[in-house]
Design a binder for this molecule. Structure first.
Ligand code: HEM
Length: 537
């Protein structure tokens, strides 16, 4: 009986298990079908959404480049065919000719691009209030260093820009001239030393070390000694900031999924870079305040500005919206360092390359430098550098051929109707000003790929429309460090061309390309030049 019961119990149990399994397997099939259907629906929904987005410019009657890939939009050349980022907008500019403006798709985002110089002028200057911001996705409230002049927008930017502008007057920059000159003399000594033993010089790295020294001295009042020591901590930080791997990941995440970057807590700034600059500025301020040290550099000017602004805040409460605390101060020092050294070293590198390639032009610049210096007792000072007009033309032409920032970004902050047109640019649309496209357009520069400083004689400049030369941007958001940057480039070139002659090294690989994912125009090859001391006898 017991056995029967057990058997019966077992059978019942087996039947139960079997039927449970059947039910379960039926369940999982149904679930699988449901999930599959759900995924298919999701795909169909996403596909039709993206297809609808692809009609965005068509509906607005804006000429546009058809997206070549459903998800990548017009970025296929960039991501799949090796087009360097700096050339991306130039390609779009050329494809959209002869239209004054057009549209394209950055992944699945519709982007507006202004081609005609009149429209560029309207966006950057005349109707600036609609296009005040860069819409910088590089800004993150949790990272104080990102709250800098380049990234900030709206009233915060306006307030800060008004406060900081007096820091960059010619008078203040003139005071920093001697700090710059010290570094330039060290550069000359280093080149002298190097050519005793080396056949050629890699000019890109050398120029980065030179401008790192200048910027560290003029911003933080510190000798970074990067010319003497290529592994200095400032150079290491500079390299980390522009590390293309970090930039690639953050730029990619930011350009399509800024929320994902935040969610993953992916930092905009390398934590080591962050800690280095935060501590550096904190300690330097403390040292200066304790020891009553002044140095007439940017840090001094920013400390004075902080004290003045905060005193006003206490006295009148009128400026409550804007508190200039140490975090804000450090963020500005940081952006001066970032924006100041790689831009100028790039300009110096391309200028030296073109001068080495074009010996006639090099001789002409040298002749001018000699003539001007003979009027100033052979002294390279602030006044003598200002008199070097042809050198100016050489630098302008370098920045035309190789604008270090090859495009500008603005974001439309209020719905805007194009002048003399019924095209509406919606709030939030990203607007591109393709600097490289304009600089290489034969309509404005005949033989655009040829290095020709005569493109910048007074007459040549007057013959071109406004906004066809934009290496520093234009309008209220124009580069605040333009005078400073130009001065350090001019001083460095004057000193080098005066004392040395430059030639292309036989080991230089030509033609060179540009670093693939860099947002700054940077050659992807070593810039090898041969260099000889000039004989003054
Ligand atoms: C050859 C050297 C330089 C070049 C080619 C250059 C280029 C530029 C460009 C194209 C912009 C964007 C302008 C716009 O959107 O309209 C910019 C902005 C800026 N630059 Fe420079 N720059 C140079 C040197 C410097 C230096 C030396 C500093 C600081 C010491 C500096 C600080 C800045 C800052 C803070 C901004 C943001 C301005 C704002 O949004 O209000 N730059 N620069």
């Amino acid at each position: 009986m017991r056995c029967v019961y057990i058997d019966w119990h077992r059978r019942r149990y087996c039947v139960q298990v079997q039927s449970h399994l059947v039910i379960r397997s039926k369940c999982s099939v149904t679930m699988f079908v449901e999930v599959l259907l759900f995924i298919i629906c999701l795909f169909i929904f996403a596909y039709s959404r993206i297809k609808k987005i692809h009609k965005y410019w068509l509906k607005k009657n804006v000429p546009f480049i058809k997206p070549k890939n459903l998800l990548l939009g017009n970025t296929t050349e960039l991501l799949l065919k090796g087009l360097p980022l700096v050339k991306y907008h130039e390609t779009i500019y050329n494809e959209l000719a002869p239209h004054p403006y057009g549209g394209y798709f950055h992944f699945i985002k519709p982007v507006f691009i202004a081609r005609h110089p009149d429209l560029v002028k309207t966006i950057l200057i005349k109707d600036f209030q609609y296009f005040m911001n860069r819409g910088s996705s590089f800004m993150d409230e949790r990272e104080p260093l990102t709250l800098n002049l380049f990234n900030l927008g709206d009233e915060k930017w306006r307030n800060l820009r008004t406060k900081i502008t007096p820091t960059f007057t010619s008078g203040k920059i003139k005071i920093m001239f001697n700090l710059m000159k010290e570094c330039t003399e060290e550069l000359t000594n280093l080149v002298d030393e190097t050519i005793k033993t080396e056949q050629e010089i890699e000019i890109k790295e050398l120029m980065s070390r030179f401008t790192t020294d200048i910027i560290s001295s003029c911003v933080f009042g510190l000798k970074s000694n990067t010319l003497k020591n290529p592994d200095s901590i400032f150079r290491e930080m500079g390299k980390r900031i522009f590390s293309t791997r970090t930039n690639r990941v953050t730029s990619f995440l930011n350009s399509i999924f800024p929320w994902l970057r935040r969610l993953l807590n992916y930092k905009m700034i390398d934590p080591q870079v962050n800690d280095f600059f935060m501590n550096l500025v904190k300690d330097t301020i403390q040292y200066r305040e304790t020891n009553k040290v002044t140095r007439n550099d940017f840090l001094d000017l920013l400390i004075a500005l902080r004290n003045e602004t905060n005193a006003q805040l206490n006295d009148t409460d009128a400026d409550k919206k804007f508190e200039f605390n140490d975090g804000i101060l450090t963020a500005q020092c940081f952006v001066f360092f970032v924006a100041g050294y790689e831009t100028s070293s790039g300009t110096l590198t391309f200028a030296l390359f073109e001068l080495a390639k074009n010996q006639q032009i090099q001789n002409k610049v040298r002749q001018e430098i000699d003539e001007v210096l003979s009027q100033f007792d052979d002294e390279l000072n602030y006044e003598s550098v200002q008199k070097m007009i042809y050198l100016d033309q050489v630098i302008n032409e370098t920045l035309r051929l190789y604008p270090i920032l090859p495009f500008l970004v603005r974001v439309c902050s209020k719905t805007y109707t194009l002048p003399d047109d019924d095209v509406v640019i919606e709030k939030g649309t990203r607007v591109i000003i393709p600097i490289l496209g304009l600089h290489h357009d034969p309509e404005y520069y005949p033989n655009p790929l040829q290095f020709n400083p005569d493109n910048f004689t007074k007459e040549a400049k007057q013959s071109r429309p406004n906004c066809t030369y934009l290496p520093f941007g234009e309008g209220p958001r124009i580069c605040i460090g333009m005078r400073f940057g130009l001065l350090q480039v001019k001083l460095g070139l004057a000193m080098l061309i005066r004392n040395f002659t430059f030639d292309l090294s036989p080991n230089l690989k030509l033609p060179f390309g540009f670093k693939k994912y860099s947002i700054l125009t940077t050659a992807d090859e070593d810039m090898l030049l041969t260099c000889k001391r000039r004989d003054f006898e």
